[in-house]
Design a protein around this ligand. Sequence first.
Ligand code: PLP
Length: 458
Amino acid sequence: MTAPQAQALLEREERHYRERHPRSRAAFAEGEQHYLYGAPMHWMRRWAGGFPLCAARASAAHLWCVDGFEYVDFCLGDTGAMAGHAAPAVTAAVGRQLAQGATMMLPTEDARWVGAELVRRFGLPYWGFTTSASDANRAAIRIARLITGREVILVFNGCYHGSVEEAHVGLAAGRMVMRSGVHPNAVDHARVSRVVEFNDPAALEAALAPGDVALVLAEPCMTNYGLIEAEPGFLPRLRELTRRTGTLLLYDETHTWSAGPGGYTAREALDPDIFTIGKAIGGGIPVGLYGVSQGVAERLWEHAPRESVRPGVRQSSHLGFGGTLAGSAVQVAAVRAVLSEVLTGDSFAHMITLATDLARRCRTIVARCRLPWVIAQSGARVETLFAPCPPRDASQLARTRDGALESLLHLYMLNRGVLITPFHSMLLICPATTAADVERYVGVFQGLCEELSGSAAG
Ligand SMILES: Cc1ncc(COP(=O)(O)O)c(C=O)c1O
């Protein structure tokens, strides 16, 4: 395969896409008159092909566009729909709760079940709701600074934790820089952020040594730059170094929940001080959650006691985090439905079996076609990396990224009825994904690999 070959295939697929989707194209052109980036959210323009599909509807693991085509959806709203589209249990629970009052600034009976289940699943004893994973991370940062009295937040190069200012940094030639396209927004990143490569214990030790880091904000397996697994011993070392330096450790499991019913944390018996999650856990309703250890809770209560307000005391303290719709009855009902009926232990077993099968078969195709690619897998998540071996960190992965090849993979799939996440080449399996859906992906993937290598994979 040569770069001009891949470029020629991409141009063919772009023509094909434009010709087959006149209604989606027209919808985007109209959107450009009203929306800053042609669609309600700027991400939406990032799909390959020049304009996004206009979605008509989605159900289970399938989606239909306004031009009448059906797709197997492995993007699943970048995990927002990892419970499956329109999961009947969620639709019923949310519909019931909407009819009985969506938000009342009061807890409901569902909250009792949900609180106990969060502890059972993820292991942390105390929890709070927000309306997004970004907000959960921001609440956690605020708590960490409050109880440690420190300012610095340490993240790993290539991370994404939502619209969290402190995490909008990366490394270029070993120096901290703003992530491309992100304005510093008047935040003094040199003072409040620190960034090191994932899987680099020496750099981590040096960065924590001054004792001024409040929190390490991390995914236990990096998912947002491409899938990068922790090397053996790295996560234990991270835990040991954070403990030794009085730094809190937060695992953001918004994406890595796909590792299993209790996320990476339960699967690998990790012991974070704070845990955040969002997206999939709301089954489509905006939800974020943060859980804290007993130690963090006790330190927080020293600053913000948990006793009910006494008569005569003004109830003005908002702690600086929250959200009027956070913990609403409809959020809690959605989370109960997701945890009790949709993303159950049995569902995860099914999802991981399918993902394992998909990854194994794609590896065989890649090997037969002699393509220098890695098929990475973490639980119900699979990713094609255009790298000859599994990357250790984001800088290494960045050197192998190939925009044209990535766009080709996305469009080739889309033109043949398969959707993958637009930002990199991640596939997600949901409880409703079937073996036939996997078959469709593998068949199309094989076609692409054969075209690229100029051979029949056999
Ligand atoms: C690991 C991680 N944390 C947080 C977020 C932010 O989620 P939200 O956009 O729902 O706030 C994302 C979004 O992709 C994410 O991948």
